[in-house]
Design a protein around this ligand. Structure first.
Ligand SMILES: C[S@@+](CC[C@H](N)C(=O)[O-])C[C@H]1O[C@@H](n2cnc3c(N)ncnc32)[C@H](O)[C@@H]1O
Length: 406
C-alpha cells in the first residue's frame, strides 16, 4: 500500500496521518474488504483475523493521531469521510461475485447494476487500485498468483469475473488440460474455479485468443474449463454491435455454468445484436479546452492533420507515417498503451481545434457512467486504465443473462 498518495491527499485537506490511521491504510485491502462486507459471511477467516489483530493491537497510550481518532475503527471511519466512494455497494444483493484482474472495476459496475455484491477483488497495479478504491471504497488485494492473496477469497460466491490479461501466452505441450496451463494467469483463474466452484463464471479476453497459436491456446483453455465440470459457452462480441456503444471493440466472452448448481444452464444465450443509435458525438465533450490535448499550428504534424482530418463526424488515429480515418464513424479499439507517448489516443475535430480524446471521453466510449471518477493520477495512467477496461453495458447484458439462470 502506498501511503504517499493518501498523505498528499490528506495534506491537501490540512490533515496528517496518525499511527492508527497509518496502520489502517497499510492494511487497506483487508480493512476495506472487511467493512464492505461487514455482517456477511463473505469475510474470509483470513481477512477477519487480520482485521481483528489490527484493531486489537490499538493502544490508547500511543495515539499521536493528528486526524483525531483514537482507535482503528474511528481512524477508518474518519478517513472514509474523506474518501467517500462514488458507488456504494448493493444493500440486498441478488447474487455475490468476485472481481479478478479487476482493473478499474468494469465488471464490478456491470454486476452491481444487475443487483450483485462484490465480496472480493484483486488487482495489483497501484494506480488501478487507487481508481478502484476511489470509486468503490474497496482496495483490491494484490498479486492473484500468490497463495497469500488466494487465501483471502471467501467461499460460496455465485459468480467469478475475470478479464485476465491478454498476455500472448502459448500453452506448451498440448496434452490439453489443467496442468498445461501452469505459469499462466489462466491457471490461477482455473485453480480458483476448481477450489471454490462458483455457480458460474464470466471471462473476457481479446478476440485473438481464439486464433492464437492456431487455436491451440484456446483449445487448452476450453478443455480445462470443461474438465472442471463446467458447461462452457463463448462468443466474440463487438461493443458497437451488442452494446450500443460507438467503439469497434471485439472481445471474446467465455461463460461457464456448474451443471450441478445451475440446472437450466442450457437456456443460456448471449445477448442479441442491437442497433447502434449512439454516435461519437454522445461521447465527446465539445466544450473541452484543455490546451495539453490540442495539436496547434506549431506542432510538426499539424500540416498532416490539416490535410487528413476533414470529417467532424468521425474519429482519427495515428499510424506510424499517417493518420487514418475510422470508416465506420465509431471509435477505434481503445488500447492500454494509448497513453504512452500519447500518439495512440484517438483524434477528433472540435470547434476549438484538433485534439486527442480525454481519458474521461475514453471511459464514455467504454460505457462507464457519467459519475465514475479518476482520482488524481497521471493522465497516461488514466488512458491505460480506460483502454484496459471492458465495455460496461456489454458485460452488463451478458451478466443479466447469466444471473437469470442462477
Ligand atoms: C485486461 S485488464 C482488466 C481490466 C478490468 N476488466 C477492468 O474492467 O478495468 C487486466 C488487469 O489485470 C491486472 N493484473 C495482471 N496480472 C495480475 C496479477 N498477477 N494479480 C492481480 N492483477 C493482475 C493488470 O494490472 C490489469 O489491470
Amino acid at each position: 500500500m502506498q501511503l504517499g498518495y493518501f498523505e498528499n491527499f490528506l495534506y491537501s485537506k490540512k490533515l496528517e496521518l496518525g499511527t492508527e490511521a497509518r496502520k489502517v491504510l497499510n492494511n487497506l485491502d483487508c480493512v476495506s474488504h472487511y467493512f464492505q462486507n461487514n455482517g456477511s459471511d463473505f469475510v474470509s477467516e483470513k481477512i477477519r483475523k487480520s482485521v481483528e489483530e489490527l484493531f486489537n493491537s490499538s493502544d490508547d497510550d500511543k495515539l499521536p493521531l493528528v486526524i483525531d481518532c483514537n482507535d482503528g475503527y474511528k481512524a477508518l471511519n474518519r478517513l472514509s469521510e474523506f474518501l467517500q466512494p462514488v458507488f456504494s455497494s448493493i444493500e440486498n444483493p441478488s447474487f455475490y461475485f468476485i472481481d479478478l484482474f479487476a482493473g478499474i472495476g468494469g465488471f464490478r459496475l456491470a454486476c452491481q447494476n444487475n443487483g450483485g455484491k462484490c465480496v472480493f477483488s484483486s488487482e495489483w497495479d497501484p494506480d488501478a487500485q487507487k481508481t478502484y478504491f476511489h470509486n468503490f471504497g474497496e482496495y483490491p488485494f494484490g498479486d492473484i498468483t500468490s497463495p497469500e492473496t488466494k487465501n483471502y477469497i471467501p467461499d460460496n460466491f455465485d459468480l467469478l469475473c475475470a478479464g485476465f490479461p491478454c498476455q500472448a501466452f502459448s500453452i506448451a505441450g498440448y496434452r490439453k488440460g489443467f496442468e498445461d496451463t501452469r505459469g499462466t494467469l489462466f491457471f490461477d483463474v482455473a485453480t480458483i474455479i476448481r477450489e471454490k466452484r462458483p455457480k458460474a463464471f464470466i471471462l473476457e479476453n481479446v478476440k485473438n485468443l481464439v486464433a492464437h497459436d492456431d487455436g491451440r491456446t484456446f483449445d487448452v483453455i476450453h478443455t480445462t474449463l470443461t474438465d472442471l465440470g463446467y458447461k462452457v459457452f463463448y462468443k466474440v462480441l463487438n461493443s458497437m454491435e451488442y452494446a450500443n456503444i460507438p467503439q469497434n471493440r471485439e472481445r471474446i466472452i467465455i461463460v461457464g455454468f456448474d451443471p450441478q448448481q445451475v440446472r437450466n444452464h442450457e437456456d443460456f444465450r448471449f445477448p442479441e445484436k442491437q442497433d447502434l443509435t449512439n454516435s461519437i458525438h454522445d461521447c465527446i465533450d465539445y466544450t473541452e479546452t484543455d490546451e495539453s490535448l490540442f495539436y496547434r499550428e506549431n506542432h510538426r504534424y499539424y500540416p498532416l492533420l490539416l490535410e487528413t482530418m476533414v470529417d467532424p463526424d468521425t474519429i482519427y488515429q495515428w499510424r506510424r507515417q499517417y493518420v487514418r480515418q475510422n470508416k465506420s464513424n465509431v471509435c477505434p479499439t481503445l488500447t492500454a498503451n494509448m497513453g504512452m507517448g500519447g500518439h495512440n489516443v484517438p483524434l477528433i475535430i472540435t470547434p476549438h481545434g484538433f485534439r486527442k480524446l480525454t481519458p474521461k471521453e475514453c471511459l464514455n466510449f467504454q460505457g462507464f457512467p457519467e459519475n465514475f471518477e479518476f482520482p488524481p493520477i497521471a493522465k497516461s495512467k488514466q488512458y491505460k486504465q480506460a483502454g484496459n477496461s471492458v465495455t460496461v453495458p456489454l458485460i452488463q447484458s451478458v451478466v443479466r443473462n447469466i444471473i437469470r439462470l442462477l
